[in-house]
Design a protein around this ligand. Structure first.
Ligand code: TMP
Length: 241
């Protein structure tokens, strides 16, 4: 699907730090005067946020895997129609925390629903929209560590409570998706510092946002801001503008 904007999605297991890197990239693009729309899936519209509450609420123990799949797809269909397609038509850069690769990883591999149906449902809900680039954040730490990080100081949502075996299947599925579509999906291995990881994220999206991947015009000092910005952002509970 042709559009004037750029559509970049971020994927990874729970607790992989995607949000941090989305915020940091958004800031760099906005500093260049570009319109950036940051979204999360499920979510990003009033209807999709209500569906998010429903699908992630740990009290909904009775929810079946098919219901779960359809709720994620419903949230996506609304987000694509109401926000993503109009933003791309305006020429914005859309950064989305998760998109249909998560459905393949969590519902087809995690929940073990039929992959062909999941793919067809993804196509339908996303109106055929394919990300220009997908950044897969790989903590290289395994499901258990990721879950511990995600559940630090809180009880966990319905998906986070699905267990280590489930989340191990999810991580393996993301690796497979990256291997199957190397042009679209770039794997970023987490570095010891956030600034190191941020630098790799910038390189991974450079060509699609029009930066020279070999000579990014951001120096070490720029990337060193990553920690300060993200901790301030966490305190404020919002995205970096
Ligand atoms: P997050 O926004 O904190 O990552 O939470 C979203 C959760 O929903 C996360 O556990 C991944 C899961 N998920 C799916 O299972 N299927 C999907 O299609 C999407 C978008 C997310």
């Amino acid at each position: 699907m042709q559009h004037a904007g750029v559509f970049i999605t971020f994927e990874g297991g729970d607790g992989s730090g995607k949000t941090t890197h989305i915020n940091f990239l958004a800031r760099a693009l906005r500093d260049e005067g570009r319109e950036v729309v940051c979204l999360r899936e499920p979510g990003g519209t009033p209807i999709s946020e209500q569906l998010r509450d429903l699908v992630l609420n740990p009290e909904n123990e009775a929810m079946g895997s098919r219901t779960e799949l359809l709720l994620y797809e419903a949230a996506r269909a609304q987000l694509v129609e109401e926000v993503i397609l109009p933003a791309l038509e305006r020429g914005a850069v859309v950064l989305c925390d998760r998109f249909y690769d998560s459905t393949v990883a969590y519902q087809a591999h995690g929940r073990q629903l039929p992959i062909d149906f999941v793919r067809a449902a993804n196509l339908f809900a996303s109106h055929g929209l394919v990300p220009d680039r997908t950044v897969l954040i790989d903590t290289q730490a395994g499901a258990e560590v990721g879950l511990k990080r995600a559940l630090h100081n809180r009880d966990g949502d319905r998906m986070e409570r699905a267990g280590v075996d489930f989340h191990t299947r999810v991580l393996q599925a993301f690796d497979q998706i990256a291997a199957d579509e190397p042009q679209r999906v770039k794997v970023v291995a987490c570095q010891p510092t956030k600034s190191g990881t941020a630098q790799l994220v910038f390189q991974a999206v450079a060509d699609v946002v029009g930066w020279d991947p070999e000579h990014l015009s951001f120096d070490q000092a720029y990337f060193a801001q990553a920690d300060a910005i993200t901790s301030r952002n966490k305190r404020q509970g919002g995205e970096a503008r």
